[in-house]
Design a protein. Sequence first.
Length: 262
Amino acid sequence: MEQLDSSSELQSRLSSLSFSSFPGITSHQGDTAPPDRLQSTDLSTGARLVDRQPEMESREEPSQAVAEGPAEKAPEQTRTSSSLSTSEVKAEMPPLKPATTWTSAAMKELKARLRVEKDAVVTVYRGDIMTVHVPTVPEAKKVCWEFSTDGYDIGFGVYFDCSPVTSRSITVHVSESSDDEDEEDELEVPASNGDVEKGSKTSSGGSSSVAEILPVYRQDSHMAVCGGSHEFAGDGTYLLKFDNSYSLWRNKTLYYRVHYSA
């Protein structure tokens, strides 16, 4: 009986005890950290950073506009300088008078005289264009030419290059044509829109410093002496073109003479 009484008394004491009776132990029932405090600390800071980002971008946009401003003006300056240079080149071309041309029946006399002169008789091969560069000289006022061929005609034209003269020597340049077509039983190419007989075969090559005085035409230089002259328009170089580019098979023997006249 005593043991039963002691055990019941112990149970009643234990049941009457609570966590508040022990000062070192605290209760965690329902104790959670309030989310409002965390949100007010972290999320508000992030919001302030987000708000500042548009302000930084708006501040950077004027600096970019200022940096891009001068770059847009550069093409306009380039176009202006190029247009000025083109107008200056065109303004340098002096007015050109028409050339004086003539023919003569004295073929035998001309050929006999030129046979004894150096480099006065040449062969213009099929498909080739021979250009004689004749610079102007201070002691003369005009350039003169005369020529003839054996057996067949040849194209001839005169151009003027107003570029500054670097040499006073007369020089000859030969250019080869790439139009060597293989056609049977045809010695000459029929006339077409681009043929020398139409006066449109040889051009100045699109250069603004070269002007046409006589277009290239096929001349009957095998039947008569062809000659002419042109008064100097200014300082420059005459281009006398002997054109055999239309011929597929025939080379042309050319007798020519170029000289100055006061």
